[in-house]
Design a protein around this ligand. Structure first.
Ligand code: C2E
Ligand code: MG
Ligand code: MG
Length: 633
């Protein structure tokens, strides 16, 4: 029997091990499983060589010992098969208990194989001249091969059945590894003097190493920190074990280096990386988006570590600590506030996109309530997106009563969303989020289009209405193309502009105000009129009325209500009414719920009343019925 091929295998395995231990690694479960396969294969090749030697010198040593060693080599083959199966199962059974339970079953089968192998007889096949042993055969060998075959069949079965759970690279690597073994054992079976099964094992290990177990694949090439793949696998282990861990995320954008000269950036950056590489009791990961994740060993280390890091950043970086770099800090003392690594990464992306969250501070400590709030926002965003996609945006109409004509003369269009279950969601839930995400532009346009369709279907004059009031969000007002878009929609549905009154609110920035005025001018030229909404809420004040070319001022419900509750508020409102009338503008009083309130408003000379006293906002059909009974009939 030859041992040269096996020796090649041993050398190959040793070289791989050398490379493996030299690399910087993190404690991943798959790495332990890989080391298991490595150990079993290495032991198998060594035993192969050893048993060949012992058989050669069996006359000197002892026949029983020779057979024992030969059988131990066979048993080691079972070890390889078992370790390969366990390596695969790491992905499939992420939970430790389930994994252990499965492995126990396989161990029982292995034990049976071991017993069978040792108990069954083993024969030698001698060479033609009868002096040398060519190979061993007999029941002992068949038991080993039989059990190993069962394991291989199981591996193939799992590869197919649990495809979705196994890392695709691992699947591919295990397939190649198995193929090498099968081909090698076929060759050895046909040419019994070519003993290459052991060598094939080392080739298989090389495939696993190169495909996905090389620790270098977990490192970021530029910085030497761990990369996003490593972060994913490492953090996932905590979530699977349902174990909490603290994480600090440093977000570097261009703004982080605001006052650092271009040529000094690289120096500062190198300095920072060097520092991050040496943080004690923590692992640092970097992803392609320049986000740095510091995973601390435990909560106390984290609290201290976060402080230390922030203090270090205050000192500056690069030559003579001259460059001040200001990243955004996102600290999750309890990363289990989200339930999976995917959600953790998604959450961080979400916070990053909503840079608004950072507007006041560069440090965010994220606790459970914050995550819940963001979850709700995400859900609402989803609600809006789906409502837009599946046409579940609806417009309700709330009648507005004219005190001079003593009937309903207009209405306010108010948006609603119908959710999946068919329930109505009020605008209070989603307008702010639609504004934040920019979806308000599309939403507003849909509302306006629906209002135009409504006016076209039910000519307003037939129902005694002069116009419909439609809300404009501040975000829409500062959108350059708003006027053109709305004019285009009115033309499309042949709606006369005097049937439309757009409600605006006060814009915060002067820039937005400029765009708003441009839009208003264009629309007014076309014939559209405007109202100022939310008067009395702090969103709109008297100065604003002076600046804005509006025809109507709408008193917010809070203002109308405080008139009835607070003596001082009365004077404010009466003065406001006086001034607004002086400017020749009309007033709509919102939130009128009782006959007494209506009477008082009439006495105050308010021309238009809106409120539950007349009606809540109604769906299209009901609103038309309402008008038919109240106005027309
Ligand atoms: P708003 O424009 O000031 O609309 C008046 C709100 O007061 C409406 O609430 C209406 O249902 C409510 N209201 C009217 N009378 C009474 C009353 O007597 N008692 C009570 N308790 N409430 C009354 P809604 O429909 O929930 O709308 C809330 C806000 O959402 C609106 O306030 C407006 O700012 C915004 N909104 C509604 N539709 C749209 C839209 O299509 N686009 C935009 N950008 N915002 C909209
Ligand atoms: Mg309004
Ligand atoms: Mg209002």
């Amino acid at each position: 029997m030859q041992i040269q091929i096996q020796c090649c295998g041993i050398v190959l395995m040793m070289v791989l091990f050398y490379f493996y231990i030299r690399q910087k690694r993190i404690a991943l479960k798959t790495q332990w499983a890989f080391l298991g396969v490595y150990g079993a294969t290495f032991a198998c090749i060594l035993l192969d060589v050893f048993s060949i030697g012992v058989i050669e010198y069996r006359h000197v040593l002892s026949e029983t010992f020779a057979r024992f060693v030969a059988k131990t080599y066979l048993v080691s083959l079972l070890g390889v098969a078992l370790s390969a199966l366990s390596y695969m199962c790491v992905d499939i059974y992420a939970k430790q208990e389930v994994y252990r339970r499965q492995m126990r079953k396989y161990l029982v089968l292995t034990a049976a194989g071991v017993l069978g192998t040792y108990a069954a007889p083993l024969y030698y096949q001698y060479s033609a001249d009868g002096t040398k042993v060519d190979y061993t055969y007999g029941p002992s060998v068949y038991v080993t091969y039989g059990v190993a075959l069962l394991f291989f069949v199981r591996i193939f079965y799992l590869l197919r059945k649990e495809k979705a759970k196994i890392n695709p690279r691992r699947r591919e690597a295990v397939c190649i590894w198995l193929l090498v073994w099968i081909v090698a054992s076929q060759i050895q079976f046909m040419y019994t003097d070519i003993l290459i099964v052991g060598y094939a094992g080392s080739i298989g290990i090389m495939v696993l190493y190169l495909k996905l177990e090389n620790p270098e694949t977990n490192l970021d090439r530029n910085t030497g920190l761990f990369n996003s793949g490593a972060l994913y696998q490492y953090a996932k282990q905590f979530y699977v074990k349902e174990q909490d861990f603290p994480v600090l995320v440093l977000l570097f954008g261009n703004s982080a280096y605001q006052n650092v000269q271009m040529e000094k950036r690289a120096l500062a950056w190198m300095d920072i990386i060097e520092y991050l590489l040496k943080i004690p009791d923590a692992l640092v990961f970097k992803n392609a988006e320049d986000e740095y994740f510091v995973l601390f060993a435990d909560f106390d280390t984290a609290e201290e570590g976060v402080q230390r890091l922030r203090n270090r950043f205050r000192l500056g970086w690069g030559e003579n600590d001259a460059s001040m770099v200001h990243p955004y800090w996102l600290y999750l003392p309890h990363a289990n506030v989200v339930d999976s690594v995917e959600n953790l990464l998604y959450f961080i992306r979400y916070v990053r996109q909503n840079a608004m969250t950072f507007s006041e501070t560069d440090f965010l400590r994220i606790e459970k309530d914050r995550v819940e709030q963001m979850d709700r926002e995400c859900e609402t965003e989803q609600l809006i997106m789906e409502a837009i996609e599946y046409d579940r945006v609806e417009v309700f109409y709330q009648p507005i009563y004219s005190t001079s004509e003593q009937r309903i003369t207009s209405a306010e269009a108010l948006v609603r969303i119908r959710d999946k279950e068919g329930k109505i969601v009020p605008p209070g839930v989603f307008i702010e989020i639609a504004e934040k995400s920019g979806m308000i532009l599309r939403l507003g346009e849909i509302v306006f289009e629906k209002v135009c369709q409504f006016i076209r279907r039910y000519p307003l004059e037939q129902y005694g209405l002069h116009y419909i009031e439609v809300n404009l969000s501040v975000v829409q007002c500062s959108y350059e193309d708003l006027a053109q878009d709305y004019i285009r929609i009115m033309k499309k549905y042949e709606v006369s502009p005097n049937k439309i009154n757009l409600e605006i609110t006060e814009s915060a920035s002067t820039n937005a105000k400029k765009t708003l005025l441009g839009n208003m001018e264009e629309l007014m030229e076309y014939g559209v009129k405007f109202s100022l909404d939310d008067f009395g809420t702090g969103q709109s004040n008297l100065n604003y009325i002076v600046d804005m070319p509006v025809d109507i001022v709408k008193f917010d419900r809070s203002m109308t209500n405080s008139y009835f509750e607070n003596g001082k508020a009365r004077y404010v409102m009466e003065a406001a009414i006086h001034m607004i009338h002086g400017m020749n503008l009309e007033i709509v009083s919102e939130g009128i719920e009782t006959a007494e309130q209506l009477e008082t408003m009439e006495e105050l000379g308010i021309s238009h009343i809106q409120g539950y006293y007349f009606s809540k906002p109604l769906p299209e059909e009901e609103f038309i019925q309402y008008l038919e009974t109240k106005n027309v009939g």
